[in-house]
Design a protein. Structure first.
Lengths: 307, 280
């Protein structure tokens, strides 16, 4: 028993300060991403979420270049990007892809410039790695407070607008007729999303943040027909995948003879991908048990009794 | 005429549209449109595509500012907030990915416009159950809304619109994309609700025939102008010709009404007869 335990949790895992910081930041980021992610997937704005990741990358690399904390850059430029996307026309479905693509292109261009300057000036070695693929194992204790506070702000904003946001997701026309300020609610959601994406850029990297935003949420939406349950399940899946990734990355240091640990973001993203694939299984099983009679019933409908 | 006066004497006036005009990007959409809608009555808003039906409904909802005229609901000028109006818009697409059961969508009709989270999650359960029963949707109350058929989704959307107890229910082309039988079921459901709950139902459609059995009054919209009253008074060649601005004939075939160009002489008569035969 003890042997199994030590082979799963390599020596020093629970004592490592790095692991503690990674577990707290990873867990907080996973929860914020899962909650905003559920609304992102429902609203069909995954592409927008991805673009905000690229905007974050530009912000983070720019912040490093001028000697600021990357978090400030990730979140700061993300918020600005969300504002610009809303202004260009993220509200109308047809204008959405256009606005997103324009902002995304500009952001990647800026990242390329900032990362090039950072690498050639030599002052910030490893900046590219840190910005694009995350720095959950190298962040310090002091960052925890910033992450938790920003995460709380994002969650409180979503909680404040959850019902009007849901109604305007179902139908902007119905929401407007009920007196909801659809545009304002959409903008507030984009800002909360920008904060969330900025935080996950810090944890698992700007270009991988989409995985943590979309993966757990998309899996949860396949498993339940209730928004509240989807939020709970997405949080659980996100946190578990993140912690599993942290554990495997820590353990990987002991795997080879060279003692070279593998990147944590790889493990987190892989765990999320596996989770998403597995979330399709209940529907497959149910379809097999009920041959051809009711092909259209939703996966969530069947799962509802189990939940 | 007697129909109209009797209804007006008994039922209180819910909606008063007075001289409404709307111009969008230089084009006159509505020109001095006036009518009233009474409690317990089923009113059809009929007109060809592009006649301004949706625009008129948006003006009533307060989503479109008219260039001129007034809209009063229960005697007060309409305001976008807390107005006693239920609304089922055109072509609502409920995504199969939306994690929502029919009963959740109906509950959202109660408080979906409020900020903050719902404090007592089960507080609307009883009202939701009654509403689902009223629109005959009990059997799919727990199904995902995105997986329901078009007619079933319409019932859920009607329940969603009615649960806040509005006095006026607006429906924008609810029969589009429905098969004939589902359409008939929705119409008789709405007619029953109007009478039982003394709600004024205003329903837009480009085809009046499915509504003839239940329609108390008609508002015929063409060329941006409107004529309203009992169907027999409005759907006449003289009235429609003056709306359209060119000769219109009204034919009655097997209890159905056909609106065709005419009355005609020579070649036009042949044309009108041909069209009537085609449509019939």
């Amino acid at each position: 028993m003890h042997q199994i335990w030590t082979s799963v949790f390599e020596p020093g895992f629970f004592a490592s300060a790095q692991v503690h910081v990674a577990a707290v930041i990873g867990g907080a980021v996973a929860i914020v991403s899962a909650v905003t992610g559920v609304f992102t997937v429902m609203r069909g704005q995954s592409f927008g979420g991805h673009a905000l990741g690229d905007v974050s990358a530009a912000g983070g690399s720019g912040a490093l270049l001028i000697g600021l904390s990357p978090v400030a850059g990730f979140v700061g430029l993300g918020i600005a990007g969300a504002g610009v996307m809303d202004m260009i026309g993220v509200r109308r479905v047809r204008g959405r892809d256009l606005a997103t693509g324009i902002v995304l292109g500009a952001a990647i261009g800026l990242s390329a410039l900032f990362l090039y300057l950072g690498t050639t000036s030599g002052a910030t070695t490893g900046a590219t790695q840190q910005i694009l693929f995350g720095s959950i194992f190298t962040t310090t204790n002091g960052t925890i407070a910033v992450v938790v506070i920003l995460g709380a702000i994002s969650l409180v904003s979503i909680a404040a607008i959850c019902r009007p946001l849901l109604l305007s997701t179902v139908s902007p026309d119905i929401a407007a007729a009920r007196g909801v300020q659809v545009r304002l609610v959409g903008l507030l959601y984009m800002l909360a999303l920008a904060v969330s994406v900025g935080l996950s850029s810090l944890a698992i990297g700007a270009i991988l943040s989409t995985a943590l935003l979309i993966g757990p949420a998309a899996a949860a939406l396949r498993l339940t027909s209730r928004v509240a349950w989807a939020l709970v399940i997405a949080c659980l899946l996100g946190v578990l995948a993140t912690w599993l990734g942290v554990l495997l990355a820590y353990d990987s240091y002991y795997w080879g003879p060279g003692h070279q640990g593998l990147p944590v973001s790889f493990f987190i993203v892989t765990a999320i991908f596996a989770t998403y694939l597995a979330s399709g299984l209940p529907a497959v099983w149910a379809a097999r048990r009920r041959p051809a009679a009711m092909p259209i019933t939703g996966a969530g409908e069947r799962r509802r009794t189990a939940a | 005429m007697t129909d109209h006066t009797r209804a007006a004497a008994v039922a209180p006036e819910i909606l008063d549209v007075n001289g409404v005009s709307v111009a969008l990007s230089g084009r006159q959409i509505l020109d001095n449109v006036s009518f009233t809608v009474n409690a317990g009555e089923f009113t059809g808003l009929i007109g060809p595509n592009g006649a301004g039906k949706t625009t008129l409904l948006r003006v009533i909802l307060g989503l479109q500012r008219p260039a001129g005229g007034r809209v009063a609901i229960l005697g007060r000028p309409r305001s976008p907030r807390n107005q006693p109006v239920g609304y089922v818009p055109q072509k609502v697409l409920l995504d199969p990915d939306l994690p929502m059961r029919a009963r959740d969508l109906v509950a959202l009709g109660m408080d979906g416009h409020r900020y903050g989270m719902r404090l007592r999650p089960g507080q609307h359960r009883q009202a939701v159950r009654e509403m689902l029963h009223a629109v005959d949707a009990d059997r799919f109350a727990d199904a995902r809304v995105g997986n329901l058929s078009g007619g079933e989704q319409q019932r859920v959307l009607i329940a969603h619109a009615l649960i806040s107890r509005p006095r006026l229910l607006l429906l924008d082309e609810p029969l589009a994309n429905l098969d004939l039988r589902s359409g008939q079921e929705i119409i008789s459901l709405l007619a029953r609700i109007a009478r039982e709950q003394q709600i004024a139902v205003l329903l837009s459609a480009h085809e009046m025939n499915p509504l003839l059995p239940v329609m108390d009054r008609i508002i015929y919209l063409a060329g941006g102008r409107a004529a309203s009253g009992p169907t027999a008074e409005v759907v006449r060649p003289e009235v429609l010709s003056s709306l359209y601005g060119y000769p219109i004939d009204v034919l009655h075939v097997h209890g159905r009404v056909l609106v065709v160009t005419g009355p005609a002489t020579g070649d036009e008569a042949a044309l009108a007869a041909g069209r009537a035969a085609e449509a019939g």
